[in-house]
Write a new protein. Sequence first.
Length: 249
Amino acid sequence: MNRRKSADPARRNPSGELDDATFFRFGHGGPQGAEIFPPREPLLAVGADEVDLLARLVSLAVPRLAGPEAVAQRLLAAHGSLAGVFAAAGSAGEVWQQWPDALRVMLLVVHEARRRVQEATLRAQRLLTSGPQLHAYLHTVMAHERVEQIRVLYVDKEHYLLEDVLMGQGTVDHAPVYPREVVRRGLELEAAGLILVHNHPSGNPAPSDSDIIMTGRVIAAAAVFDMAVIDHVIVGGGRIFSLKAEGLL
């Protein structure tokens, strides 16, 4: 079975846009009574185990840094959880200027190692949108992103993962998605199906009207080439919303 590394095919024409560009926008008023999968870990509560683990990483990265427990507590207070700290390390914002570069590098390495282990687990089994392994992977990859991302998980006819592709990034409340680019990459991979994924930095994973409309457009474009859209999964606030599970696909 052909396995390929993740790629980022988001492209623009010379004018900077593509003709079929539309947007996913986060929504606050999703379908009444719709089930949203609960978080797999608390995002705001900082437990003693998180402080201890992060303090150990601080000590490993910067052995001479005084008070690793205090440093860990400050980082957790600023970013809400250990997962939030890992995600923030990738942004390299001003908050990291007060700490040695070695600390941020250590966190990035640990975070990437965790992501690769989870991706390897996904590749070894049929991809199920309700599976805990997929939820854990998506949570690691994008739950703490501060802007919207569009990812597409391409699968073969047996639903084994071919590739996780970052299709585009936007702002805090929308990201562009191009149906023809989604389909084009699927044809290159000889994919039989795909799972759309995007995040809501607002923390509310319920789909907006534009999310549902855009899903329909991707389904229509993919159907021309006998490519199935298996699900559209939204990640927000540590929770997962599946359009398929809620009868919206």
